[in-house]
Each structure stands twice: as C-alpha cells, then as structure tokens.
Design a binder for this molecule. Structure first.
Ligand SMILES: NC(=O)C1=CN([C@@H]2O[C@H](COP(=O)(O)OP(=O)(O)OC[C@H]3O[C@@H](n4cnc5c(N)ncnc54)[C@H](O)[C@@H]3O)[C@@H](O)[C@H]2O)C=CC1
Ligand SMILES: O=C(O)[C@@H]1CCC=N1
Length: 255
C-alpha cells in the first residue's frame, strides 16, 4: 500500500510515524521543507500533490483554510481521502470529485497511541475500505464510528479536549507549588493522578459521582474542596468552555 500525507505538521507527522509499518511507501507533501528533515529514509518519500495521487490513501492534515487549495489540486482523486480537518464536511470534499472519504476527528494523544478517533464514512466507501481505515487508525488509539452530524461536538469534546485537560493539569501543578511540593515531584504525582482516575472510570464503568462520594469522608477534607469547586463554578465553567468550542466548530462547518 502507498499512503500519502498532505501537511506534515503537528498531526500529519504523527500519522506519518505511526503508519510507517503499514505501507511500503509514504509520500509526504509539506510546504515547509524543515518539517521533512527527519523523514529522510524509506518508506518516506518527499512528494508534491501530483505525485500524491499515486497513493491508495491520502491523509489530509492541513489547516481548514488551506484545505480548498489542496483539494482543488487533488480533484478527482479516486483513492481514499482520510481527512482530519476540523469543520470540513464529507459533502464538501465530494464536491471535488473525491468520493471515497473517511472523516476523522483525532486528538493529540495519537502521539502515544492513546488517541480518541471519531470516524464517519462517505456512502461510497465499501465495508472492506472502512475496515482498512479502522485498522490503520487503531495504531493511533481508540476508534469509534459516529454519525457525521456529531462531528462538531466531538471536535470540542475529544479533538480540543486535551487542551482543556492540560489547563486543568496546569492548575493542579500551580496548586502543588503553592503547597510547597517541588515541580518535578508534582508532575510525577499529578500526571499519574489523571491517568489513574481515568483508568478507574474506564475499568469499573461506574459513574464519576459515585466515585466522588466514595472519596469524600463526612466532615473530611475532600468535601471542603468540592464545595469550593462549586462556589467557583468549576463545573459550569467547564461546560461553557466546551460548548463555546462546539459553537466555533459549527461555524467552521457552515463556512
Ligand atoms: N492539532 C490537533 O490537536 C488537532 C488538529 N486537527 C486538525 O488537523 C489539521 C492539522 O492541524 P495541525 O497538524 O495542528 O496543523 P499544523 O499547522 O501543525 O500542520 C499543517 C501543515 O500543513 C502544511 N501545509 C499547508 N498547506 C499546504 C500545502 N498546500 N501543501 C503542503 N503542505 C501544506 C503546513 O506547512 C503545516 O506544516 C487541522 O485541520 C486541524 O483542524 C484535528 C484534531 C486535533
Ligand atoms: O483547534 C482546532 O481547531 C483543532 C480542532 C481540534 C483540535 N484542534
């Protein structure tokens, strides 16, 4: 198989690395040549958009504003186009005569193989082609097929989600520093705190509210902190933040 990657930036470079064992050739199209310097041996080949047409599958990983120019040049491409571009609908891509489309919303955790990847397919994708795409994406993390109308929501929830989590993690580190815990120690503790809490929820599949109450002793320390979280509206702040991100994703789709 030959895979093309158009846009070898934050995300495209990760796809290029993770797909290295899945394809005989990986054709990289990137206008900033510095970003290609570490991909200097097979299966990687530097290519332009015309050469990228040789691929069986092209990953479109440019920013939304750059996508129309790329799609214009790839017009009529008859392989699979796997787009990770936020706000770019399947029907929009089909206007360029590209019919086999997999729309994906990944997140940056694909870097460590722990991404969340929502997928939707155009009607022209056969079940074999869908399975091929899913098996490739499984190298990057957890793959879930969803209705395309939910893409703006997952863009906010899991696509942008890591950025929101990083802000919360940063706040935990600031609090640790304020309480006298050195930064290196705080990082060791806090990163595992987030991972452990998430794994607990995944493994037990019990509601977070239940676990919250299990942690909280009567008249203890946890309930004091929880009441302060409510006083500062942490919960509605998080909800409002995600919903504003969702609204922006909807705006991108409507453009
Ligand atoms: N960064 C993230 O966490 C996520 C990003 N996305 C989507 O992934 C896409 C890429 O995002 P990033 O990797 O963060 O952006 P980026 O800016 O790091 O990478 C895009 C790359 O495309 C290149 N490029 C632009 N036009 C080109 C052209 N005509 N030919 C060749 N190369 C060209 C740029 O030079 C750049 O290196 C965006 O559409 C974004 O919505 C989706 C989910 C998560
Ligand atoms: O900020 C953005 O628009 C993209 C979409 C999801 C993550 N980054």
């Amino acid at each position: 198989m030959t895979i093309g990657i158009v846009g070898v930036g934050n995300m495209g470079s990760i796809f290029a690395e993770k797909f290295s064992k899945e394809a005989e050739r990986i054709l990289l199209v990137e206008k900033d040549s510095e970003k290609l310097s570490r991909f200097d041996a097979p299966p990687y080949e530097v290519a332009d958009l015309e050469k990228a047409r040789e691929a069986d599958l092209i990953v479109l990983a440019v920013k939304p504003q750059d996508a129309p120019v790329v799609l214009g040049t790839l017009k009529g491409f008859d392989g699979i186009l796997l787009s990770i571009v936020a706000g770019l609908k399947i029907e929009e891509i089909r206007k360029y005569g590209i019919h086999k489309v997999a729309r994906i919303m990944p997140n940056v955790a694909v870097r460590v193989g722990e991404g969340v990847l929502a997928t939707a397919f155009s009607a022209d994708m056969s079940s074999e082609e869908r399975e091929l795409v899913k098996s490739l994406l499984e190298k990057l993390g957890f793959v879930v097929e969803i209705e395309e109308k939910l893409f703006s929501a997952v863009t906010a929830l899991t696509g942008s989600g890591p950025a929101f989590i990083f802000v919360v993690v940063e706040a935990f580190l600031d609090a640790a520093l304020k309480m006298g815990i050195p930064l290196d120690t705080a990082k060791e503790l806090v990163y595992r705190l987030f991972r452990g809490s998430a794994e607990l929820l995944i493994e037990t599949d019990e509601h977070p509210a239940l676990w919250k109450h299990r942690v909280s002793s009567p008249a203890g320390t946890t309930i004091e902190g929880l009441i302060t979280m409510e006083r500062f509206a942490v919960r509605s702040g998080v909800i409002e933040s995600l919903v504003s991100s969702y609204k922006r994703a909807l705006e991108l789709e409507e453009k």
